[in-house]
Design a protein around this ligand. Structure first.
Ligand SMILES: Cc1cc2nc3c(=O)[nH]c(=O)nc-3n(C[C@H](O)[C@H](O)[C@H](O)COP(=O)(O)OP(=O)(O)OC[C@H]3O[C@@H](n4cnc5c(N)ncnc54)[C@H](O)[C@@H]3O)c2cc1C
Length: 488
């Protein structure tokens, strides 16, 4: 093999983890090639087009752009600008008692809104505590690229005075968020508010999620943005950056095997690199190399059930503009085959013609689900299930979000759809659920048994959402480049 064919880094996967990492590595002047099995970038935050309509398929919300937060840090490193609008009312939450709560970004207004609908409850003490934990936790996450430590050297580096001062936050890793809930939040609609908001941000409910991750999840709407051009707009900017710095993003390259000497075989080509960083889920690594298979099999805790999703896309001609572009609707019962009692609706902004022609809006709907509830896509039952799901979702949309004059391009996605388009094992999306039974040190390490082969993405700590995987990429850079090379 000639030297030109030997990449410094091969990154597997062009989701937000792989693209952010590859962009940061090319900025470090490394020769980087990204291999992606699909024909588009974005992974779980990708899109599809029908005529001149643009649909986000999975992730729709962007947070973490405030100064010092992970996406803002990434944009600063790469000198990239992104067209977004900070949302004053990031979401409306329709509780199952009929109340429509406006989830204001401003904490004072949010407290007023809660008190208007739930008087005689001390909301302030609870939300102040969450805000305090969350802002300290973000500062800490940005400063602890070596948490959880992978070796003695990293453990020693954690013993710096600024981190020791924050040690009291550790208790919030050990107790569930439920332990912070005031009486009024322990049952009824306020409990459902907490649980369903936690599920979409941490993949867990209040009885399981560590209070620290729970606080980060419940406060994420404070820093939420509408991305013009859809959730893929940042992915396109990252891809352009990689290419402008001499890197490559190769599509329709499914990585099928990796040898111990880092020779990597795809469906139609062989690649070699000095280092490989995989951003595909940890379960997928089993089929790539026997040592990786043994490693993944040895981590019993990662084999628990993980969530997949049911999604639906459609376009509407609205009767009246909706108050917020994001809407969570709480239900008495999950829709067919879903695992949670809520639906999350995301609409394109009226007038954003990068997403839909004038007068129209595109809609993405999602809810949690498990693969084993669905029959095989070839079965007639599967088709019928999708029709029932579509009907239920449209009815709930009409009753809770918006009436419309016209609707078109309806399509339902299931765990099988995610498995097919992202290659993710059993269509598992959203990473590993944060849980007090699955602490940061239980997450698969980022080092693997193969020399110079690393694991990143949403099944590596800190996981969880676009903001989490981007923080993971920043941590990788600190570990392997910035700390050693003394620059950022
Ligand atoms: C329905 C839904 C809604 C969500 N909502 C939000 C949200 O609103 N906000 C938010 O921040 N997060 C949200 N998330 C989570 C977020 O999308 C993910 O956590 C994040 O995008 C994961 O990025 P990743 O790069 O780790 O993984 P992925 O996005 O899965 O990227 C991995 C990439 O690897 C590719 N790949 C897989 N196997 C191979 C192989 N063998 N060879 C080559 N390439 C391969 C895949 O095609 C994929 O492109 C949502 C997820 C879903 C499913």
């Amino acid at each position: 093999m000639n030297n030109d064919a030997l990449w410094d880094d091969i990154v597997i996967g062009a989701g937000y983890s792989g693209l952010s990492l590859a962009a940061l590595l090319t900025r470090q002047k490394r020769r980087v090639c990204v291999l992606e099995t699909h024909s588009l970038a974005g992974g779980c935050a990708s899109y599809f087009k029908r005529a001149n309509f643009h649909f986000d398929v999975g992730a729709t919300t962007l947070s973490g752009l405030a100064r010092g937060m992970p996406i803002s840090n990434l944009l600063t490193h790469l000198d990239i600008e992104l067209e977004t609008k900070k949302l004053a009312v990031p979401m409306i939450i329709s509780l199952n008692n009929g109340v429509n709560l406006k989830r204001y970004a401003d904490s004072g207004k949010w407290l007023e809104e809660l008190s208007k609908h739930f008087p005689d409850v001390d909301h302030k003490t609870f939300w102040d505590q969450l805000n305090k934990i969350s802002s300290r936790a973000w500062a800490l996450l940005g400063d602890t690229w070596n948490f959880p430590p992978e070796n003695l050297h990293e453990a020693i580096k954690l013993l710096k005075p600024s981190l020791i001062k924050q040690a009291d936050l550790g208790v919030y890793l050990l107790r569930p968020l439920e332990s912070l809930l005031p009486q009024a939040y322990q049952s009824g609609p306020l409990r459902q508010l907490i649980d369903e908001q936690l599920l979409i941000s941490t993949q867990s409910y209040a009885d399981k999620v560590p209070a620290l991750m729970g606080a980060l999840g419940l406060t994420y709407p404070d820093d939420m943005y509408y991305p013009f051009g859809g959730i893929t707009s940042l992915a396109s900017k990252l891809e352009n950056y990689i290419v402008s710095k001499g890197g490559k993003v190769e599509y329709r390259k499914k990585v099928n095997s990796i040898s111990d000497s880092l020779e990597l075989k795809t469906n139609d080509q062989t690649f070699a690199a000095k280092r490989i960083i995989s951003t595909i889920p940890v379960w997928n690594l089993r089929s790539l190399n026997p040592k990786l298979e043994a490693w993944v099999n040895s981590m019993s805790k990662v084999h628990r059930d993980s969530w997949s999703a049911i999604t639906m896309n459609f376009a509407i001609k609205s009767k009246i503009p909706v108050e917020s572009l994001y809407h969570q609707v709480h239900l008495d019962q999950p829709i067919r085959h879903a695992g949670s009692k809520s639906l999350f609706f995301s609409l394109s902004k009226p007038g954003d013609e990068t997403r839909a022609p004038a007068g129209w809006q595109t809609v993405t709907v999602s809810t949690h689900a498990l693969m084993n509830n669905f029959s095989h896509p070839q079965d007639t039952e599967y088709k019928r299930d999708k029709e029932i799901i579509a009907e239920q979702i449209i009815n709930i949309f009409r009753e809770n979000v918006s009436e419309f004059d016209e609707i078109k391009f309806q399509s339902v996605g299931t765990p099988h759809t995610f498995e097919r388009y992202t290659g993710r094992y059993q269509g598992r999306v959203g990473g590993i659920a944060h849980s007090i039974d699955f602490r940061p040190w239980d997450w698969p390490s980022h080092e693997t048994p193969l020399d110079n082969f690393y694991h990143s993405g949403d099944t590596a700590f800190p996981g969880q959402g676009i903001v989490g995987v981007i923080q993971g990429s920043l941590n990788f850079m600190q570990r392997h480049h910035w700390q050693r090379e003394g620059n950022q």
